[in-house]
Design a protein around this ligand. Structure first.
Ligand code: PMP
Length: 412
């Protein structure tokens, strides 16, 4: 049993107790290798093979991943994927269209927050012409990332019949810093796939809302997520990639591609079952336990036997975040949510206090004294951010909301 601290950190963030207890015991002695801990066995042993196989199976079940997609466990965090997605898809595109070395490759970015902005910058560094098809800073109130315009207002170039397409369209499903999230499957605020040529692969960064709702994987070329929010400890990044996008990066060099480190090649990773080198075995093991716990004991019952496996987590996230949003909305301006209501995040609830920065500091301090930790906004934007990932319980959120109400009464 650990202290009843309420951990609202944005990442790394809390993980389910049951998974951690098993992980702790397995560090000393793993059930399949008595006397040897899970962090002490070979990544090429049958025992570790089982870990990866189980994790992949559970992930495929939870996310309903179609058979023509590979699941890769990679290193270097989300930031490495800002580059890897571009390098792999540029190579795929150069080979597919047999480009001349001098030909440019375009990548289109929907920039809805700090992380997609950074991804577009990294894409440009990696050599694509990074074009913003939407720029939330220009659209949002006060030049900040607060909203997502309807797709009709995006700057999506109309493609001539014979003109080349971009190699990919990139977006971030949930902006962790700015608290802006696209809607889920079938929602009006979902990513506007129909605005884009279906031949262009869509890349999504789902680092901070991974496993929080059903996803139609078949609409994507690549989905990736750093583990350290809903999946497990930091150190591994999950990449789900459509098989036809896997190419030999060296082959692209004759078409103007650059040499890419072997570790960043999705094809290498797929061909070696993510064991091109030594993967972070313990981290992957903890992820496997988290996945198993999500499957075995969802936070709410499955609405019906035919419901999508992540439906309970989606309802749970709605239920928890709406408690906090109601508190903001009924606070008569004491608290002001930073994101537009239509696109506010279920995972990262960001808000300001009318009383200003001094009061925000007091909020963080008094919350901490009450055992509510990690509520300061990202250092780049300030304010307050309460991150409500899967392992945050309804009780935790109720305690947070009660604290918010008391704080308001005290300081109004
Ligand atoms: N994308 C998103 C949405 C994130 O929230 C983060 C980090 N919190 C990153 C990318 C960067 O991930 P990492 O720190 O693992 O490189």
């Amino acid at each position: 049993q650990r202290a009843s601290t309420i951990n609202l950190n944005a990442g790394p963030s809390p993980l389910p107790d049951a998974a951690l207890l098993t992980a702790a015991a397995s560090l000393l002695s793993y059930s399949e290798t008595p006397g040897m801990g899970i962090a002490e066995i070979s990544h090429r042993s049958p025992a570790f093979d089982h870990v990866v196989a189980n994790a992949n199976d559970d992930l495929r079940t939870l996310l309903e991943i179609p058979a023509n997609y590979k699941v890769l466990w990679m290193q270097g965090g989300g930031l490495t994927q800002f580059a890897a997605t571009v390098l792999n898809l540029s190579a795929w595109y150069r080979i597919k269209h047999q480009l001349q070395p001098s030909d440019e490759v375009e990548g289109w970015y929907a920039v809805t927050g700090s992380w997609s902005k950074k991804a577009a910058e990294e894409g440009a560094r990696m050599g694509v012409a990074a074009r913003k098809v939407f720029d939330g800073k220009k659209h949002g109130a006060g030049g900040k990332f607060t909203s997502i315009a309807p797709a009709d207002e995006w700057d999506v170039p109309q493609l001539e019949e014979k003109s080349r397409r971009p190699a990919f369209v990139y977006y971030c499903d949930n902006e962790t810093v700015d608290g802006v999230e696209f809607g889920g499957v079938d929602s009006e605020t979902a990513f506007p796939f129909d605005k884009f040529d279906p031949a262009v692969p869509v890349v999504a960064d789902m680092s901070s809302n991974f496993l929080s709702r059903p996803v139609d994987v078949s609409k994507y070329g690549i989905i990736y997520a750093g583990a350290q929010k809903n999946l497990g400890p930091a150190g591994v990044t999950l990449v789900i990639v459509r098989e036809d996008l896997l190419v030999d990066l060296d082959e692209a060099v004759q078409y103007g591609g650059t040499r890419v480190p072997s570790m960043l090649s999705y094809k290498n990773m797929a061909d070696t079952n993510s064991m091109y080198n030594t993967p972070p075995t313990f981290t992957i093991y903890v992820c496997s336990l988290v996945l198993r716990s999500l499957l075995a004991s969802p936070p709410l019952p499955l609405p019906s036997p035919t419901s999508r496996p992540l439906a309970p987590l989606s309802s749970f996230a709605d239920q928890k975040s709406s408690l906090v949003y109601s508190e903001l909305d009924s606070s008569e301006g004491f608290y002001a949510g930073t994101a537009d209501k239509a696109v506010r995040s279920r995972m990262n609830v960001t808000f300001r206090l009318k009383g200003g920065e001094a009061l925000e500091k007091a909020f963080v301090k008094e919350a901490s004294e009450r055992g509510i930790k990690g509520v300061n906004g990202h250092r780049s934007v300030g304010g307050i951010r309460t991150s409500i990932y899967n392992a945050v319980t309804l009780e935790h959120v109720k305690t947070l909301v009660a604290f918010m109400r008391e704080f308001r009464e005290k300081h109004s």
